[in-house]
Design a protein around this ligand. Structure first.
Ligand SMILES: [Zn+2]
Length: 162
């Protein structure tokens, strides 16, 4: 399942990517379409052509395209993730091998030589971890590791999904 996440849901976009879901953020299409904000019909058209499900907080957008759009009511990232788990069975177990870059949505690849990422992470992180992954997009190259941050997220999620 691939997604197109509407404007105002930037945090959800980053979470979906981290949990391995191929996700485009509507604001990233502004350059592509050269219109800001991107009109609903263009988003719908783009999603249909690229086999992406739209996730939005915009009720009229949902109401006119129910087959291919998920509407999120309420507020808060854990609330949204809970809904996506219940409604379409998304699974939020973190697996760094399947994670995508939270910034640019590219797949990650394992870092073979730790010294190659020394300049991309803090000294403490470098010293405390041995397994790193890096965004495969050469313009981005963001570095990832299985740190306490993701464990906090998983713990909160577990509580929410119970
Ligand atoms: Zn990236």
């Amino acid at each position: 399942m691939k997604f197109l996440v509407d404007a105002m849901l930037g945090k959800l976009t980053r979470f979906l990517r981290i949990f391995g879901y191929d996700t485009i953020y509507a604001n990233e299409l502004i350059d592509y379409f050269k219109i800001d904000p991107v009109p609903d019909e263009k988003l719908v058209d783009f999603a249909n052509k690229n086999n992406r499900i739209i996730i939005t907080k915009d009720y009229p957008l949902y109401n006119q395209n129910k087959d291919n759009v998920i509407f999120l009511s309420g507020e808060g990232i854990y609330n949204y993730l809970h809904y996506l788990n219940k409604e379409i069975g998304l699974n939020f177990k973190f697996n760094i091998k399947k994670a995508r870059c939270s910034v640019c949505n590219s797949p990650l690849k394992r870092v073979v030589s730790k010294s190659s990422i020394k300049d991309y992470v803090l000294q403490d992180t470098y010293n405390n971890y041995n397994e790193f992954y890096q965004c495969s997009n050469l313009q981005c190259k963001k570095v990832y590791w299985q740190g306490s941050h993701i464990e906090d997220i998983e713990e909160k999620l577990d509580r929410f999904l119970e």
